[in-house]
Design a binder for this molecule. Structure first.
Ligand SMILES: [Zn+2]
Length: 315
């Protein structure tokens, strides 16, 4: 099928340009490709390495948005409906898409990557058992940030991606399988790189914007000692902030980690109160974010930022 796509690709583009406002069936060859939908960018980047060029991978969460505060557009619903398979994290992170009544007809093709993984408890789940804040980020079902541990990705997420993709594209199962074993090797190598980057760190405790780094910290002998936004999408209370300042003093925390998607106001308040510098950690990255434009780049970037913020120079 590759030669046909190559031959008609340019012709399709010309037609699309000539037709002005093309409908869904007139936009040229690119739109004939099967679609795989993924809720968040870093997982979509991994899926791209598994499927090759004949599949279009669509990311539901736009760059810069937080899963905690995001609202779905009609176009994203269409992508979900048209997808051969749709991968989401589950665990309360990204139900915004599938919770809509319009999404019900696509349900059969949805794969929740956290299914079967024992999710770590969120601090606030322990404190406030079964209290529903209604903003759809990580309450009651555990901490959903599993993609930030590359070994968890290799051992638990990758097999589910392979299952979902081979069910959608059975004729490509051999190619998907061999790309998956190459990806597993790359993830193991990434794990080694991250260990080497973090090795010189003596200060292993840190304060994050929200609890995105719990799995990463557990994997790499770090400690997410406190988070500024225990409830993403809500401003922390002055009581929360006072408790966090205690944590920072107790642990000798040398900096505060901000995030591109969340919590700028509260991060600034804490760093001013404590006279500490801020360094960025990014749980999501994006195609336009230099140095965070793929899964591997994103993980290396964050490991280096931890070293920079906590008392080293980073790579
Ligand atoms: Zn999050």
């Amino acid at each position: 099928m590759q030669p046909r796509h190559l031959a008609f690709g340019a012709f399709g583009l010309v037609l699309a340009l000539m037709s002005g406002c093309a409908g869904p069936n007139e936009e040229g060859d690119a739109d004939q490709k099967p679609i795989v939908g993924v809720s968040i960018f870093p997982v979509a980047d991994l899926v791209k390495t598994l499927v090759g060029d004949e599949v279009r991978v669509e990311v539901a969460l736009p760059p810069g948005a937080s899963p905690a505060t995001f609202h779905v557009t009609p176009q994203q619903l269409r992508d979900l409906r048209d997808a051969s398979v749709f991968f989401m994290i589950g665990g309360g992170l990204d139900e915004w898409l599938t919770a809509l009544p319009e999404a019900s007809e696509a349900d059969a093709r949805i794969v929740r990557l956290s299914d079967g993984i024992e999710l770590l408890a969120e601090e606030e789940d322990l404190e406030e058992e079964a209290h529903d804040h209604g903003h759809g980020h990580s309450h009651g079902s555990g901490n959903p940030h599993i993609w930030l541990d590359p070994i968890l990705v290799r051992d638990r997420i990758l097999p589910r991606l392979v299952d979902g993709l081979t069910a959608a594209f059975p004729e490509d199962s051999d190619a998907i399988g061999s790309r998956a074993s190459a990806l597993a090797d790359s993830l193991a190598a990434l794990d080694g790189e991250i260990r080497a980057i973090l090795a010189p760190l003596e200060q292993r405790a840190f304060i994050a914007t929200h609890s995105a780094w719990t799995y990463f910290a557990a994997r790499y002998d770090m400690e997410e000692a406190g988070v500024i936004h225990a409830h993403p999408g809500q401003e922390p209370s002055s009581r929360d902030l006072a408790a966090l300042i205690e944590v920072a003093r107790d642990h000798g925390i040398p900096c505060v980690f901000s995030e591109p998607q969340l919590g700028a106001t509260a991060v600034r308040a804490i760093s001013t109160d404590l006279s500490l510098p801020t360094f960025l950690l990014d749980p999501l990255g994006g195609p336009e974010e230099e140095g965070r434009e793929g899964y591997f780049e994103l993980l290396r970037y964050n490991a280096n930022q931890l070293v920079r913020g906590l008392g080293g120079t980073g790579a």
